[in-house]
Design a protein around this ligand. Structure first.
Ligand SMILES: Cc1ncc(COP(=O)(O)O)c(C=O)c1O
Length: 305
């Protein structure tokens, strides 16, 4: 293994990075101004989470990360076992029991003047931060108001949304659209006006007992996949099909899925209260999500000894 020794527990209390092959405090989390990850959004990443001292579906996150690397022709110098060790190391070093854990690969810096991405040495880094909720807990309780922006998510013909990416200008601008109108968060649409995803989450509706989420034009979120599998386990009818904005506005229940919170109920769409908040199916799925995180098959416990 070309890895450093395991860091001590809490060596970088509160969060840690792994960069240039070593563990370091968060303040060392820096890259060059000239890295194409920054100047061209030429990067991919993945984010897993730790709750109650254990990762959830870490293998699935790593699988998606390696698949994204292959599509973008990026390479990291680590095997899966080594990547796992690095991610566990960041959480250990940060002394975190609940964490947001990112793995990132950028194109790197090509030789000066060169425009050929093949000449760059790709850069890998990872970090662990205290767990990040996509909406603060008090907002989750009082009720998230989701705004459907008219902005289109960059088309899947241009940037494959299944490759987790930093092409976020559309999503960030949609957040401004939402905030300026007094809503809490946003989602964007595709060229047909179908709801795709929001900044860091997938969108689901429930109508007449049927759960629905977009089939394409979205990141295939690990939490989305978990919600789909839980529907199957709980025998809830599910459609993975286009999601017209009008159907989201007219749904009985709406929920969003993200590594940053699991399954979260939405209270209002475009400021109008939904029929049910928190909806009964959303609540069942939410409970099942947190229970599933404790199942041995999906838990990868961090060693804090
Ligand atoms: C654009 C986008 N869609 C969906 C998601 C949800 O994916 P996951 O459930 O894997 O966190 C994310 C996560 O950050 C995202 O960035």
């Amino acid at each position: 293994m070309n890895l450093p020794a395991r860091p001590a527990v809490g060596q970088f209390e509160g969060g840690s990075v792994f960069i240039d092959g070593a563990y370091a405090p968060l303040s060392e989390g820096k890259i060059s101004l000239f890295d194409w990850g920054f100047t061209r959004s030429d990067a991919t990443y993945d984010v897993a989470s730790v709750w109650n001292g254990a990762f959830f579906r870490l293998d699935t996150h790593m699988e998606r990360f390696f698949a994204s690397l292959a599509v973008l022709r990026l390479q990291v110098p680590y095997s899966r076992a080594e990547l796992r060790e690095v991610l566990h190391g960041c959480v250990r070093a940060g002394g975190l029991k609940e964490a947001y854990v990112a793995m990132v690969c950028t194109r790197g810096v090509p030789p000066r003047g060169a425009r050929d991405p093949r000449l760059a040495t790709n850069r890998f880094y990872a970090y662990a931060l205290p767990y990040v909720w996509i909406a603060p807990p008090d907002k989750q309780r009082s009720g998230i108001d989701l705004y459907i922006s008219e902005r289109q998510r960059i088309g899947p013909e241009s940037v494959d949304p299944r490759v987790k990416n930093y092409h976020w200008i559309d999503l960030v601008q949609s957040m401004f659209d939402a905030y300026e109108r007094g809503h809490d968060t946003s989602c964007v649409v595709d060229a047909h006006g179908h709801v795709t995803e929001g900044p860091g989450f997938n969108v689901f509706t429930v109508k007449d007992g049927v759960v629905r989420t977009a089939e394409r034009g979205v990141l295939e979120g690990v939490s989305r996949r978990t919600a789909i599998e839980l529907c199957q386990r709980l025998n809830l009818p599910l459609r993975v099909a286009p999601l017209p904005a009008a159907d989201v506005r007219d749904a009985d229940e709406v929920f969003i899925t993200s590594t940053g919170g699991g399954i979260l109920p939405i209270a209002k769409v475009d400021g109008r209260p939904l029929r049910q908040f928190p909806g009964p199916l959303t609540q069942r799925l939410q409970q099942a999500y947190w229970a599933m995180r404790e199942e041995p098959a999906y838990r990868d416990a961090v060693d804090y000894r």
